[in-house]
Design a protein around this ligand. Structure first.
Ligand SMILES: CC(C)(COP(=O)(O)OP(=O)(O)OC[C@H]1O[C@@H](n2cnc3c(N)ncnc32)[C@H](O)[C@@H]1OP(=O)(O)O)[C@@H](O)C(=O)NCCC(=O)NCCS
Length: 197
């Protein structure tokens, strides 16, 4: 039985909940999309105009289960109003079933608190449990923050002519870099592997 909800703490001690999103979460995801800054929305969804997420995107995000697809959010249950801090997903590649495409978005006000690294650790373990050995993230070359975060969490990059393509090797924990983000990822993987694997 797959784990679908975890109670955890951020490094600053904030109690948070991580859980899988379901088709019942359309309103939540639509509101999260509205709350993204235009820059973050563009970086994650590649869309410049509007703050209303389309039905097709909602269907695609919220439909499906591992191993084909996973989508999780992290939220602060004690917060007034909108509680979600970020979300991440993967889709298994049709061409290469050992690989899944990963993406993550954290709301501007919750960045640099370890939310993306926590979501990466959760989806890393779910993907690995279901037989995948690589996560791959596509990022625009000007998205320096995401590029740095991917590199600092151990992904290796190449340029495909349009985007930076970064891959995490899910089986190689020994190569996680000695950066703060790399150390945080290693800690999360150790913390969660017994629960998820
Ligand atoms: C890129 C993005 C996902 C990062 O999210 P985040 O939640 O801020 O990431 P984290 O907090 O886990 O890590 C970010 C920073 O905190 C730092 N950090 C991690 N652990 C730390 C610690 N213990 N002490 C101090 N700093 C720490 C990391 O070093 C990292 O800094 P770096 O990027 O300079 O290496 C976020 O900026 C975002 O949503 N951007 C818009 C959407 C996007 O670009 N998505 C990427 C497409 S896949």
């Amino acid at each position: 039985m797959d784990v679908r909800r975890l109670e955890l703490e951020l490094r600053d001690g904030t109690a948070v909940v991580a859980r899988a999103l379901t088709p019942a979460d359309r309103e939540l995801v639509a509101e999260g999309y509205r709350q993204l800054s235009p820059e973050a929305r563009y970086q994650r969804f590649w869309v410049r105009d509007g703050d209303v997420i389309g039905d097709a995107m909602l269907d695609r995000l919220l439909t499906g289960d591992p191993p084909e697809h996973a989508v999780w959010t992290v939220f602060d249950p004690a917060r007034e109003g909108f509680k979600a801090m970020g979300a991440a997903s993967f889709w298994r590649s049709a061409k290469d079933p050992a690989e899944a495409e990963f993406s993550v978005t954290v709301l501007d006000g919750d960045q640099r608190r370890g939310v993306a690294t926590l979501l990466l650790a959760i989806l890393w373990l779910i993907a690995y449990r279901h037989g995948m050995v690589r996560l791959v993230g596509y990022t625009m070359p000007e998205n320096t923050r995401a590029l740095r975060w991917m590199r600092d969490t151990g992904a290796t990059g190449e340029w495909d002519g349009y985007n930076a393509v970064y891959r995490w090797d899910l089986a190689d924990l020994d190569s996680l870099p000695a950066t703060p983000a790399g150390a945080e990822l290693a800690g999360r993987l150790a913390e969660l592997s017994g629960v998820i694997l």
